[in-house]
Design a protein around this ligand. Sequence first.
Ligand code: ADP
Length: 600
Amino acid sequence: MAKRKRSNSRTATQPTVAKESLKAPSHEQDALWRQRQWVKLFAEVTLKIRQSLQFKEILRATVTEVQRILQADRVLIYQVLPDGTGRAISEAVLPDYPAILDLEFPEEVFPTDYQQLYAKGRVRAIADVHDPKAGLSECLIEFINQFHIKAKLIVPILQNLNSHQQNEGIAPNQLWGLVIAHHCDRPHHWADFELELMQQLADQISIALAQAQLLEHLEEIVEVRTAELQEVNRSLQQEINDRMQAEAALRLSEEQLRLITNALPVLIAYVDGHQRYRFNNKAYEDWLGQSPADIYGSKIKTVWGIECYERMKVYVKLALMGQAITYENEITLKDGLPCSVNVTYIPHLDEKQKVIGFFALTSDISDRKAIERMKDEFIAVVSHELRTPLTSLHSALKILATGRLGNLSSDGKQMLEIADDNTERLVRLVNNVLDLQRIESGDVRMEKQVCNVAALMIQATESMQPMAQQHGVVLAVKPIDIEILVDSDYIVQALTNLLSNAIKFSTTDGKVWLTAEGKANTEVLFSVRDQGQGIPSDKLESIFERFQQVDSSDSRRRGGTGLGLTICRKIIEQHEGKIWAESTLGEGSNFSFTLPLLRV
Ligand code: ADP
C-alpha cells in the first residue's frame, strides 16, 4: 500500500530524468539476465529494508546492495542538512577509490535551486561528467575529480511531510537526501532499469525514513508513557507501603489495646449503633462466662438477659443520643452471685458528629456498696443511740438555764449557753444524719398528697421568720396558687433548709426571696435567692455532697452540719425533681428546684 502511494507521489511530481547515453549495452541477453537478477536482488533489498527498524542499518544495507546490483564503484547516501550543507552518511565504495563517507559538503556543491529541483523528484543520470552536454560547471568538475567520478546517477530521497494532506491530493515533499551511484573507472550509460531501481530504492528509503521517524515518535511516546506509568507505579507503591505501615501500626495498637484491656479488672466494650458488641475484653469471660468471640456481634439484650437489659436500656438510648452517662446497676455473675456495678457509657461520634456507637466501662462496686451499707447502718445505730442521751442532756441544760436549780454566775451562764448551743448543734447533726440515712435506705416512703404551692411557701417562710429576724434579714415570699402532688412535710423541710442557709449566709439588712412559677405546664420551679457572700463556681455541685462546705469553719461559725443540701437533693429526687445552685461571689446565691406539676 505504502509503496503504491509512494509511486503515485513520484508520478505526481513528474521526475525530470536527464539521461546521457555514451554506450549501449553490449549483449541484450546479458542485459536481460542482469535485469532479472536486479529485480530479484531488489526484492531482497526491499525485504531487508522493511524488516529492519534500524535506519542506519537500512542505509548501510541499501548502499552495499545497490553497489553490488549496479556493479557501481561507489554508492552513497547523502543527507541534505537544514542549512543547505550536506554529508555522506552511508557509503559502499570499492577499495581503489577514495571514500566520501562523513565528508561534509558546502552549500555551493549542492545549491538551493538544485535542491528545489530534486525536491520535485528530479532524477539525474550523467553518463560522463566531462561531457559538456552534462552541463557541469568547471569548479564542480574539479571538485568531483577528487573522487574519481566519471559517471553518476542521483536520485532524490523525499520525505513526505504530511500524509493527511497527501490524502487530499496535496503532498508536500521535502528533500531529505540523495542516493548517488558513481562509476569511477570510466563513463557509464545508465540503463532505464538502473534508474528505475534507484528510484524505487529511494522510495523504500523514504518509507524506512518515515518508519524510523514513526518509531522514534513511538519511542518518545513509550518513553513518556513509561515515565508516567513509573510515576503512577511509584505513587501506588508508596500508597501500598503507607497502607501496610498504617495497617501494621493499627494491628500493633489493637494488640496493645487488647493486652491492656485484658489486664484490667473491669468490663470494657464497644457497642455499635445497633446495640451490638464490636469489642469486649476478657473480663467479660471471667464475669459472665461468655468469651469475646461469643459476644462479638451479639446484642446487649442477648448478652445481659431481658431483666438486666430493662434496667440498662434507658441509659443505652441516652448514650446513642450522644450523652455521656454514668449509672449504677445490679448484675448477676456467671456463678449466680449478685454484683453491684458502676457503668459509664461514652458516645462515639464520627467526623460528621453523628453517634455511631459508644464505649462501655463497667466496674465492680460491690465492696464499696457493702462498706457504705455498713457505714450507714453504723451511723443509724450510733445516731439513734446518741439521740436519747442528747435529748436528756439538752433538757437538763434548759432547766439549769431557768435558774430554778440555783443561780449561776455570769461566767457560769456563759458556759451554759455554749453547752446548750453545742448540744443543739449535736441534736441537729444527729437528726440530719438520721433523716438522710432514712431517705437513702428507702425506709421512708414519700406520702404524696395534693398540696397548694402557696401554702407550702407560707408555711416554710413562717417557720423561718424568727431566724430571719434574729439575723436582721428580710424574708420576701411570692406565693403562687398551683397544686402539686408531694409529701408536704419533706418539701417544707427542703424549703426551710434552703431558707435557713440563705439567712445564715446573708449579711444583716440583707433580703431573701422565695418564689415559685409554673413552667411549660409540666413543672413548678421554686427559687430561694439571697444577697449573701455567694459560692465559688467550682463548689456549686460539690456542696450537694455529704459534709461538703465551702469553708470548713462554716460548721463552727454558723452551726451547719454539711448535710442540709444533701437531704434537700434526696427529697427533691424522690419527687422526680431536680435541684441546683447558681451564684455570683459577693453578690448572692440562687437555689432552685423543680417539681412535676400535678396532671389532671
Ligand atoms: P450546712 O449545714 O453547712 O449549711 P448545707 O449542706 O446546707 O450544710 O450547705 C453546705 C454548704 O453550702 C454550706 O456550708 C455553705 O458553705 C454552702 N451554702 C449553702 N447555702 C448557701 C448560701 N445560700 N450562700 C452561701 N453558701 C451556701
